[in-house]
Design a protein around this ligand. Structure first.
Ligand SMILES: Cc1ncc(COP(=O)(O)O)c(C=O)c1O
Length: 431
């Protein structure tokens, strides 16, 4: 039995619409190879994880060296050097020196759960305000604060005490597409939501600085600053979910830096260790102190091998200026994709920050009817051409382009040319 047959028989893939029928055997940089040796250009980075590129030698060697010494003895029962060093390194990349104390987990959802608990304990309050179209993980707690019914279907009942504010999504905003108006009205809606949809006992506002699963939604400038003012007036914490946006993805080390706002708790995962499982929530000392003995622990959290990989990853980011590269390549790619939008009516909007780019497909530009099926067919066409991309968004109609940040100009160009061809082919075939 090959891997695909074994998956069918032994792996529960029923929760997935499809698993792409290729078996990935190895990877390097921006390329992955299947079992037949066919190369694919990776424009999705394993869901925005391998930001530094696949199988970077420096990271693998650091992890391998750590593996020879110690794989696991629990990073909370005893001390170990890589976990200590990584906590210090994480503090050094935070947007304020006050964000200094980290708690480590293994997955994004786990760290989000920890951050939510800490926010409750620090404030002594129990409720949360989150955003429509947001996504924070697949546990009951994180789904409770995710604003997407497709992900939540049949998983309830969810936590009480969660209210959702209007998504700052200019392209589909009921308040009009002007970004400044959208920022202002949606920030005001956070206050309105607190006043009208909670009991006033709100511990934290939870948001992604750029919404990933929701469809690469970039809140307009000014939004988070205006929200932060509301939160400060009410003594409500800002838990910033940088699970998908962190580690250079948007052209800043952390995406919230684009907005000039310092959150109270920042959650990181995915790109933190370039593929090794690790997550963290980082906060100020006074907030961290709200945890008392017995309150929190993680068996695998802060695993020394993952921490050694994460340290080498941060080193690589600095040496290779990966954040700047994401910013420059992102601008270049966005320009090219916006040119494509002039040619293809099916493209409703191209948007993004750095190398977190979404191409939203619609069957007509006036009604903005989501073209979900077409998005999937475009993804299939690109697969045939040897290019991997993601498809997502609240309506399943957004092409997600999130390559490793080391993507070369010629590879980015190759994707744009292939996308042009794929759009042409798919649109012609449905006419
Ligand atoms: C913004 C955001 N938060 C949390 C999560 C959950 O992370 P994980 O799948 O590692 O639990 C994700 C996963 O895609 C995410 O995009």
């Amino acid at each position: 039995m090959n891997a695909i047959e074994k998956y069918r028989r032994y792996v529960n893939t029923n929760s997935l619409k499809k698993v792409v029928p290729i078996v990935i055997e190895r990877a390097e940089g921006t390329t992955v190879w299947d079992e037949n040796g066919r190369p694919y250009l990776d424009f999705f980075s394993g869901i925005s994880v391998v930001n530094a590129g696949h199988n970077r030698r420096e990271i693998i060697e650091a992890a391998a060296a750590q593996m020879q010494r110690l794989v696991h003895c629990n990073s909370y029962l005893y001390h170990n050097q890589p976990t200590a060093d990584l906590a210090e390194a994480l503090a050094s990349i935070m947007p304020s020196p006050e964000l200094r104390v980290s708690f480590f987990g293994s997955s994004g959802a786990e760290a989000m759960e920890g951050a939510m608990r800490l926010a409750k304990q620090f404030t002594g309050r129990t409720e949360f305000v989150a955003l429509e179209m947001s996504f924070h993980g697949r546990t009951v707690g994180t789904l409770s604060v995710s604003g997407n019914c497709r992900r939540k279907k049949k998983g309830g009942p969810y936590l009480p005490g969660v209210a959702f504010a209007a998504v700052p999504y200019p392209y589909r905003s009921p308040f009009g597409s002007d970004p400044a108006t959208c920022a202002c009205v949606c920030a005001r809606d956070v206050e309105r939501t607190i006043d009208l949809h909670t009991s006033g006992d709100v511990a934290a506002f939870i948001a992604e600085p750029v919404m990933g699963e929701g469809g690469i939604i970039v809140p307009p400038p000014g939004y988070f600053r205006a929200v932060k003012e509301v939160l400060e007036r009410r003594g409500i914490l800002f838990v910033c979910d940088e699970v998908q946006t962190g580690f250079g993805r948007t052209g800043e080390m952390l995406a919230i830096e684009h907005y000039g706002v310092v959150p109270d708790i920042i959650v990181t995962a995915k790109g933190i260790a370039n593929g090794f499982p690790l997550s963290a929530f980082t906060t100020r000392e006074e907030i961290a102190e709200a945890f008392r003995p017995g309150d929190h622990l993680s068996t695998f959290g802060g695993n020394p091998v993952s921490c050694a990989a994460a340290l080498a990853n941060i080193d690589l980011f600095r040496r290779e200026r990966l954040v700047e590269r994401a910013k420059d390549q992102g601008k270049r790619l966005l320009d090219q994709l916006r040119n494509l939008a002039e040619k293809h009516e099916i493209i409703g909007e191209v948007r993004g920050l750095g190398l977190m780019i979404g191409v939203e497909l619609v069957t007509d530009r006036i009604q903005k009817t989501p073209a979900g099926e077409i998005a999937e067919r475009v993804q299939d066409c690109l697969l045939e051409e040897g290019i991997l991309i993601g498809v997502g968004g609240t309506y399943g109609n957004v092409l997600r382009l999130q390559p490793p940040l080391v993507i070369a100009d010629q590879d980015a160009d190759r994707m744009v040319i292939a996308l042009d061809r794929a759009l042409q082919r798919v649109v012609t075939s449905v006419k």
